[in-house]
Design a protein around this ligand. Structure first.
Ligand SMILES: Cc1ncc(COP(=O)(O)O)c(C=O)c1O
Length: 397
């Protein structure tokens, strides 16, 4: 008889976005005349840049001719894209070898798939609040998960505790949902902790493109020795509006090696290559062509223009928080504004209050963990007009 993976029974019901939709739909049914503004989504709203569209079209044309048609490509990505990513990292003074770069269909898949490389008896450490993928993928495998508290007291940037041991550490900076960003000094503390504990850091930099403060690290490899202890995940989803187009990349340095039970050293890069070539057949050529355009000189400029529009929205939201004297985090180097619910309200209570009073939708912090109980997330992924109107209404609460 087939035996199912009963670890699935340990997954918490993922009801955050369905519950939001349910409450919003009920509100709309009762108030058909009210215009609801959604500032809760983590999805981009601007269309793909002209340059990306042009490259998509050109690549489609290539697929239509026998001379330029492409079948299976390299599982780890075409060299033209890996080289473009290598050059992109050089801008932050990070030198990568092309075979340390693995192209994928996004950071969500890779942050989940990477768990294939690790034994089930590792202890995993995640922040609370957290991007749920880290928790759910490890729960599916049955690994022990411990939580580190991210709170207003530590600016939602927990630091390592030498009395607590973890083998696998997930860090996300700029953070979803809190918008908090590690500085170099604090990220170095994590690198030192990982090196001291023979641990690995899984660094999610999906929002690196929002960092405008040049003193903040956009890649963990800007920190000395991080190549000995960290894997980095990134994505074109937020960088260039690829949430529906799907393309990301994972960096697995060749110097990332760990001893196994027979005392030999194993290369994590080789393991990931083996994993990907076994279970993955690469990203579509057409998409990789479009992705490579993003990293060209003009592509970076176009992407920046889009990001600046979201940044402007984030600023509008942040300014409203300041006006209302509400404690908030993020909003500067991040598309997310994470704020304390007024009057000590609980986050779902505030969700209902805001929806009913001003018809604005956000995301209750409780959906990301216990430390989000009294916090709320607004996002800059909407147009300027709606953002201004939502904040005008917000000033009245
Ligand atoms: C922290 C974080 N990592 C990864 C992702 C997913 O990225 P992708 O679209 O590349 O799968 C998201 C998406 O919202 C995210 O918030």
């Amino acid at each position: 008889m087939v035996k199912l993976n009963e670890n699935f029974l340990n997954l918490k019901e993922s009801y955050l976005f369905s519950e939001i939709a349910k409450r919003v739909n009920a509100f709309i049914a009762e108030n058909p005349d009210k215009s609801v503004i959604r500032l809760g989504i983590g999805d981009v709203t601007l269309p793909l840049a002209d340059m990306v569209i042009k490259n998509l079209h050109d690549a489609v044309d290539e697929m239509s001719k026998a001379e330029t048609f492409k079948g299976y490509g390299p599982e780890q990505g075409y060299d033209f894209l890996r080289d473009a990513i290598k050059q992109y990292y050089k801008r932050n003074k990070v030198e990568l070898d092309i075979d340390e770069i693995f192209v994928s269909d996004g950071a969500k898949s890779d942050t989940g798939n990477i768990t294939d490389l690790f034994s089930l008896d590792n202890t995993v450490m995640v922040p609370d609040p957290v991007y749920p993928v880290y928790v759910d993928t490890n729960t599916m495998n049955g690994r022990k998960i411990i939580y580190m508290d991210a709170t207003a007291e530590n600016n939602f940037l927990p630091l390592p505790d030498s009395n607590v041991h973890a083998d696998i550490i997930y860090l996300c900076s700029p953070n979803n949902p809190t918008g908090a960003v590690y500085n170099r000094e604090d990220l170095k503390k994590w690198v030192d902790y990982a090196l001291d504990n023979n641990s690995i850091i899984l660094f999610d930099s999906a929002y690196e493109c929002f960092i405008s403060d040049e003193t903040l690290p956009r890649s963990i490899y800007e920190i000395e020795d991080a190549k000995k202890c960290a894997i980095e995940f990134c994505s074109l989803s937020k960088t260039a509006g690829f949430t529906g187009t799907r393309c990301g990349y994972t960096i697995v340095p060749k110097s990332l090696k760990f001893k196994v039970s027979d005392k030999t050293e194993i290369s994590v890069n080789k393991m990931w290559l083996r994993r990907q070539t076994t279970k993955f057949n690469g990203v579509a050529y057409i998409i990789q062509r479009a992705a490579a355009a993003v990293f060209s000189e003009d592509g970076i400029k176009e992407a920046k223009k889009m990001i600046n529009i979201y940044r402007e929205n984030a600023k509008i939201i942040s300014q409203t928080m300041e006006k209302k004297n509400i404690r908030y985090f993020g909003g500067i180097n991040s598309p997310y504004i994470w704020f304390e619910c007024p009057n000590k309200m609980e986050s779902w209570e505030f969700f209902d209050y805001m929806l009913n009073k001003i018809a604005v939708v956000g995301t209750p912090g409780a959906g990301f963990g216990k430390n989000g109980q009294n916090f709320f997330r607004l996002t800059s992924f909407n147009n300027k007009e709606n953002t201004i109107e939502a904040m005008k209404r917000f000033e009245q609460i």
